[in-house]
Design a protein around this ligand. Structure first.
Ligand code: PRP
Length: 178
């Protein structure tokens, strides 16, 4: 693999992420208190770290499922076309569902995924996004819960990649090309 031609500056530390997840988890538990079994749906691949930390803070019966949607490929600009690469394994009709997204940028991915899931008749459908870049929005959509609003910078880490690299960083960083 070629060496990185960019530097990464820490934007949100692992400690801040953990504290925010703890707070958001309490709100989610209050919202879904009494739910028989919450279906927590992670959007692959970017949400795999976030969902792992989030579900371990949820004091609720949960089922974990995944859906893989892709809007970027390896490019930095959205293709504005969302493809479903892997569908859910389980049924969500009549059930409470929480969709977990790493970042909402243009909003196309979340919009498309929510439309698809809504068509299956869940009892309740809510969303959580760790990061939100409102300045980039092209579709009028907002997650029920947001971890951090961030400026229009290219970010990596905590599950988020640049050309499939750096998903394993424990913090969120901004990319600075050198
Ligand atoms: C990224 C990110 C979000 C989506 C946000 O996914 O994980 O799902 O783009 O962008 P949008 O709001 O403009 O639609 P990507 O398609 O890069 O796949 P990945 O999660 O596998 O990295």
């Amino acid at each position: 693999m070629s060496p990185r031609d960019y530097e990464i500056d820490e934007l949100i530390s692992a400690k801040r992420i953990a504290a925010r997840i703890e707070g958001l988890s309490r709100e989610i538990c209050d919202t879904f208190a009494g739910t028989d079994q919450l279906v927590v749906v992670g959007l692959l691949r970017g949400s795999f770290v976030f969902i792992a930390d989030l579900v371990r803070e949820l004091d609720l019966p949960v089922e974990v499922d995944f859906l893989e949607a892709s809007s970027y490929g390896d490019a930095m600009e959205s293709r504005r076309e969302v493809r479903i690469l892997k569908d859910l394994s389980g049924e969500i009709g009549g059930r409470d569902v929480l969709v977990v997204e790493d970042i909402v940028d243009t909003g196309f991915t979340l919009h498309h995924v929510l439309g698809l899931l809504r068509s299956r008749g869940p009892a309740r459908l809510e969303t959580i996004a760790l990061l939100d870049k409102p300045s980039r929005r092209e579709v009028d959509i907002k997650a029920t819960w947001t971890g951090f609003e961030i400026p229009d910078e290219f970010v990596v880490g905590y599950g988020i990649d640049y050309a499939q690299r750096d998903r394993n960083l424990p913090y969120i960083g901004t990319v600075r090309f050198t």
